[in-house]
Design a protein around this ligand. Structure first.
Ligand code: CA
Length: 228
């Protein structure tokens, strides 16, 4: 089945070349040129991936990103922005985007990122259950619980948690995480990793009385998951 991509972009020069290139790659593309049509296309399509321009004539792209994320946790959202400021980028990622690409971008890079986001997670052993204090993971079912309550994890958050738990107590380098959780051909910024770690920490801390592992940042190296 073709992956469905919703392209939200009001600049016809950009949208025309993107639509052409993505169609040539074999994706099923729907174009929306403003926030209103993006909202209705999103509802009917439930796309696998959204390429979302933040600067739209009638809508706040960050708000739109938040809505899409809430409506469809499994959809990948890649934000397109002319803003280069790190603060703006973090706002987008915090609103639920999986990734961002700054304009002007190289088409080859954008296509590589789209491919990476649409890559299916590798199949894991069907009954691979891991317990770390009060955190329990069923890798086969792709589900995780803290103190018996299920965590709502996005796909990369889940993969990241599985990787860190599988090497609990040991330092895991950013390069390894990017290779295994994202894609070996990833050549964007790894800021997205830090945003995913923050989200994971927030979710693990939702049960303040539960004994759960903590994620420690190792400056200029990566992360380590520590058992309580
Ligand atoms: Ca725009």
């Amino acid at each position: 089945m073709l992956a469905r991509i919703l392209l939200v972009e009001d600049d016809p020069t950009i949208s025309r070349s993107l639509e052409q290139a993505l169609t040539a790659e074999g994706y099923d593309i729907t174009l929306a040129i403003d926030g209103t049509s993006a909202r209705s296309a999103f509802r009917t399509l439930v796309p696998d991936l959204v390429l979302l321009d933040l600067g739209l004539p009638d809508a706040d792209g960050v708000e739109l990103c938040r809505e899409f994320r809430a409506a469809a946790p499994a959809t990948s959202i890649v934000v397109l922005t002319a803003r280069q400021e790190e603060a703006d980028i973090v706002v987008g990622l915090d609103a639920g985007a999986d990734d961002y690409i700054t304009k002007p971008f190289r088409l080859a890079e954008l296509l590589a990122r789209v491919r990476a986001h649409l890559r299916r997670p590798e199949a894991t052993e069907p009954d691979e259950r891991v317990t770390a204090a009060e955190l329990e993971i069923d890798a086969g079912a792709r589900r995780a619980w803290v103190a018996g309550e299920e965590l709502a994890l996005r796909p990369r958050e889940f993969d990241l948690l599985v990787l860190l738990v599988s090497d609990a107590g040991r330092a895991v380098s950013r390069e390894r995480i990017m290779d295994e959780v994202w894609d070996e051909n990833w050549y964007g910024s790894t800021k997205t990793l830090d945003v995913h770690v923050s989200a994971l920490r927030r979710k693990l801390a939702e049960h303040p009385r539960a004994r759960v592992p903590t994620i420690t940042a190792l400056p200029r190296y990566g992360y380590r998951l520590d058992l309580p």
